[in-house]
Design a protein around this ligand. Structure first.
Ligand code: UDP
Ligand code: MG
Length: 319
């Protein structure tokens, strides 16, 4: 029996690219004869014909399978759904928009055969992205690296090959607010990087906007580090020290020169400043509290509508 490799592609409103993606991936995989392939699409609640196109691919080619989620859950969740359903000895996560060149797949498999558990593709360039996006992502990586103890891979997306044991490790981590990039680093094992040029999207539009990016950035920092909590405590201490010193100055002044009523502007600015810091700290605490709240609900990460043409019942009956 030859080994199975799952090509896992999360798709959200990708009707324009599904067929082109399939063509190109199959083209690459048909030249690799030593393995069986599974092409697993996760339809992340698309509102267009994505699922119909996937189903018609499955009619022609039984190596295609699909997980149809009950609504749009976001790429992070779509990926864990895919990992849950993947049958391969290795799983390759790839975007459907062909920004991740499938031509790297043979090289990834080579490294996997050499014993690497996580062969990830690192971008050399970011063609088709604005300088603002490049700059924000660079700054974000820098902050993330500084605040967390685990090494986060820079300029690396989700495009990678994962050995079964890495996949199983990721499946163990059922946190609802997932920051998968961090999780890849967290699990460790033998990693290998491949350099490549990231292409612009072939068709369709990006599903990302700045709101989502900021969201992901906060997610990334708060799920891997408690440094912001410490930061607010630190700021609190520094301000208290200054306030204390300032108190002595005021007392001294009053004793020496008597009391005066002037000082409204300085009073006002101190109050506003402290008020701002307090709100900020509350916000940071709230961010973590919110995460605790979400995790304690213990909900399933996603619900599946259909898996390979079968209606899916709720979890414990499926697997
Ligand atoms: N995607 C998804 N669910 C979402 C948003 C995106 O499954 O809610 C998929 C999308 O179909 C694509 C991949 O995630 O295969 C990357 O999305 P996109 O190309 O929009 O992101 P970018 O490449 O701009 O970071
Ligand atoms: Mg893309």
């Amino acid at each position: 029996m030859s080994k199975v490799i799952t090509i896992l592609a999360p798709a959200y409103n990708e009707e324009e690219v599904i067929d082109a993606f399939y063509e190109r991936v199959v083209n690459v995989c048909n030249h690799i004869h030593e393995y069986n392939f599974e092409f697993l699409f996760v339809n992340d609640g698309s509102k267009d014909r994505t699922i119909d196109l996937i189903k018609s691919l499955r009619d022609q080619d039984k190596r295609v399978s699909f997980v149809d989620l009950s609504r749009n859950f976001g790429k992070e969740t779509a990926m864990i759904a895919g990992l849950d359903y993947a049958i391969g000895d290795a799983v390759i996560i790839i975007d459907v928009d062909l920004q991740d060149p499938p031509e790297l797949i043979p090289q990834m498999i080579d490294y996997w055969e050499q014993g690497y558990d996580d062969v990830y593709a690192k971008r050399k360039s970011r063609a088709g992205e604005t300088w603002i996006k490049k700059w924000t992502s660079a700054t974000f990586y820098k902050i993330l690296q500084k605040t967390t103890r685990i090494p986060i891979q820079k300029d690396t997306g989700d495009f990678r090959l994962l050995d079964r044991r890495s996949v199983n490790a990721l499946m163990e981590m059922r946190e609802t607010q997932r920051y998968t990039k961090g999780l890849f680093s967290w699990i460790g094992y033998n990693k290998k990087e491949i350099l490549y040029d990231r292409d612009p999207r072939v068709a369709g539009t990006t599903k990302w906007n700045y709101y989502k990016l900021i969201d992901l950035a906060i997610e990334g920092i708060t799920s891997f580090s408690t440094a912001p909590l410490r930061f607010s405590a630190f700021v609190g201490i520094v301000i208290s020290v200054f306030a204390f010193i300032y108190m002595f100055i005021i007392i001294g002044k009053t004793i020496l020169f008597g009391e005066s009523v002037i000082g409204y502007p300085s009073l006002m600015s101190v109050i506003l400043f402290i008020g701002g810091i307090q709100l900020l700290s509350l916000g940071i605490i709230g961010e973590y509290l919110g995460r605790i709240f979400n995790e304690t609900k213990n909900r399933p990460l996603y619900l599946v509508n259909e898996y390979n043409d079968d209606r899916v019942m709720v979890k414990h009956e499926v697997k």
